[in-house]
Design a protein around this ligand. Structure first.
Ligand code: GRF
Length: 211
C-alpha cells in the first residue's frame, strides 16, 4: 500500500490560533510574524473561554477575536461545526492550539489533518495530558522539554514536528520547570509555523521530516 505523504504548503498562510488562557505562545508567534519572519497572518484568535486573558491581548493587537460558548451548543460536534464554519469563512490554512483546554472530537481532528498543530510542555510521548511538569518531577527524569506536533484523534500522540530539551535540576519546582520549558515553547512554536509555510514539513506515516 502506498505510504500516506503530506507536504506543508509553501504560501502566505492564514492562521487561526485557539486559546483558553493567557496566550503567551500566541503572542510569541504573533511577534515573529510582526518581525516579518513567518510568511503568514493571524486571521482569527478563537477561544472557548470568554475571559481568556489572551483574547484581550489579541484585541489590543487589533486581531480579530471570537468566543463561542460551548454551553450554547447541544453537543461537542455542534460547537465544532460552528467553529469550522468560522474557519472556512476566513480561508484558514492552519489552526494552532496554544493552551486550548478543550478536547477536540476525532472527526474535527480528521477534517483538519495536517492543518492542526499543538504544543505540549513535555517530551512526548512521555507525560501526555495535564499536570505534566508535576509528573516529570515525580518520575525523576533528568531532562524534559516541549513538543510541537500535529494533532490527531489520539490526544498528544500525533506526528512530532519539533522538540526542545531542558535539564531538570534537583531543586526545580513545577514553577521553575514550567518557566524554563515555556521559554523553549516560545522558540519552537514560531519556528514550526515558519517551516510549515515554507513548505518544509513532510509527513510520512507518523514521522514528520524537516526539508
Ligand atoms: C503551554 O504550556 C502549552 O505547552 C500548553 O498550555 C500552555 C499554554 O500557555 N499546551 P500560553 O497560554 O500559551 O501562555
Amino acid at each position: 500500500m502506498a505510504e500516506d505523504v503530506f507536504v506543508s504548503p509553501k504560501k502566505k498562510g492564514k492562521i487561526a490560533v485557539f486559546i483558553s488562557g493567557r496566550g503567551s505562545n500566541f503572542q510569541a508567534i504573533h511577534d515573529v510574524i510582526l518581525a516579518g519572519k513567518i510568511n503568514a497572518e493571524i486571521a482569527l484568535v478563537f477561544s472557548n473561554k470568554e475571559d481568556a486573558p489572551g483574547l484581550q491581548i489579541a484585541k489590543e493587537r487589533n486581531l480579530e477575536t471570537l468566543f463561542l460558548d460551548p454551553k450554547a451548543y447541544p453537543t461537542r460536534e455542534d460547537h465544532e461545526k460552528a467553529v469550522t464554519a468560522e474557519l472556512r469563512k476566513r480561508d484558514v490554512d492552519l489552526v494552532i492550539l496554544a493552551g486550548y483546554m478543550r478536547i477536540l472530537s476525532p472527526s474535527f481532528c480528521e477534517e483538519l489533518k495536517h492543518c492542526l498543530m499543538n504544543i505540549h510542555p513535555a517530551l512526548l510521548p512521555s507525560f501526555p495530558g495535564l499536570h505534566v511538569q508535576k509528573k516529570a518531577l515525580e518520575w525523576g527524569v533528568k531532562y524534559s522539554g516541549a513538543t510541537v506536533h500535529f494533532v490527531t484523534a489520539d490526544v498528544d500522540m500525533g506526528p512530532i514536528i519539533l522538540q526542545a530539551v531542558v535539564p531538570v535540576l534537583q531543586d526545580d519546582t513545577e514553577e521553575t520547570l514550567s518557566e524554563k520549558i515555556l521559554k523553549e515553547e516560545h522558540k519552537i512554536y514560531p519556528e514550526a509555523v515558519k517551516l510549515y509555510f515554507e513548505g518544509r514539513i513532510e509527513v510520512r506515516g507518523r514521522r514528520a521530516f524537516i526539508k
